[in-house]
Design a protein around this ligand. Structure first.
Ligand code: FES
Length: 291
């Protein structure tokens, strides 16, 4: 199976994984040290504002434009009309221009990629960079009216892009990078007792399980917060995170969530936490899914 062969090839190239993890960590540290402006810029690139990663939306533009460009290039070999050639050139240029925002969003997502996927992420990025270089050479040749070379370089770029696109799909569908890692179940539709009130101490998070879903309880200044206990980005246990002023910061890649409603304050997660109402009845903490 091709996906297994790719996994084996990457797993057997430790330098790729090592360099991938190091590069991702260096970018992420740079973002964290850049303070709020850097985090806001990366939130934008992750797609926190959209509730969905932006990178896959942009890759569709690149792949779509370059695929149609290749088709028109092939057609132009039999049909020398300037309209067919112009369409091929325009589509090639659109795809190449779209690589810039696509690469920026990809770099943002790569910066917080789980370590086990960093090698594949790096290979995906390298393939994208090589295909960009080949397409730039193609555009240059087309501008110089060396059409044969223009088509040659773009076909080469298209082949490398196809490999890169395959690796991108492999990251999402096999390694689950960028997807919501939480199960979609919605437990506790009715008030459900989950813990003795005396067992939840101020500032000391507790994790309980209701209908097979883990829920984080946190008490601060008399208020009890209840949200999903694991981060949607890569399932870090949020009980190990940092709690501050009604927010929790994920211990692995520093997504920040509002404990009141589970909403995302900072990425890389683009998905909110499940959120629950909480109350105390007869010395027990009860929760139910937030309405
Ligand atoms: S696991 Fe990556 S931000 Fe939480």
């Amino acid at each position: 199976m091709l996906s297994k062969t790719i996994d084996n090839a990457i797993d057997n190239t430790p330098i790729l994984q090592e360099k991938g993890a190091q590069t991702a960590k260096a970018i992420h540290q740079l973002v964290l040290s850049g303070g709020k402006p850097a985090r806001k810029a990366f939130d934008f690139l992750h797609g926190t504002w959209l509730g969905h990663p932006i990178h896959p939306l942009l890759t569709d533009i690149v792949v779509g434009a370059w695929s149609l460009g290749a088709l028109f290039d092939v057609l132009s070999l039999g049909d020398k009309s300037s309209a067919t050639q112009k369409t091929a050139d325009t589509l090639t240029a659109i795809g190449t221009a779209a690589v810039i925002p696509t690469a920026l969003t990809g770099m943002a997502d790569f910066s917080t990629i789980p370590k086990s996927s960093a090698g594949t992420g790096l290979a995906h990025a390298v393939a994208a960079d090589i295909s960009l270089g080949l397409y730039l050479m193609s555009l240059f040749a087309r501008k110089k009216e060396q059409r044969g070379w223009g088509i040659f370089w773009s076909m080469l770029g298209f082949s490398v892009m196809t490999l890169g696109a395959y690796l991108g799909g492999h990251l999402v569908f096999k390694k689950k990078v960028g997807v919501n890692r939480l199960s979609p179940s919605t437990p506790a539709q009715e008030w459900t007792a989950v813990l003795d009130d005396a067992d939840l101490l101020e500032n000391q998070p507790e994790t309980v399980t209701v209908d097979e879903q883990s829920i984080l309880l946190y008490r601060k200044e008399g208020r009890i917060y209840a949200v999903g206990a694991f981060c949607p980005h890569a399932e870090a246990p949020l009980a190990d995170g940092t709690f501050c002023e009604g927010y929790v910061e994920c211990p692995w890649h520093q997504s920040v969530f509002n404990l009141s409603d589970g909403s995302v304050v900072h990425g890389p997660s683009t998905y909110p936490l499940p959120s629950f109402d909480a109350r105390i009845r007869d010395g027990r903490i009860e929760i139910r899914a937030a309405g």
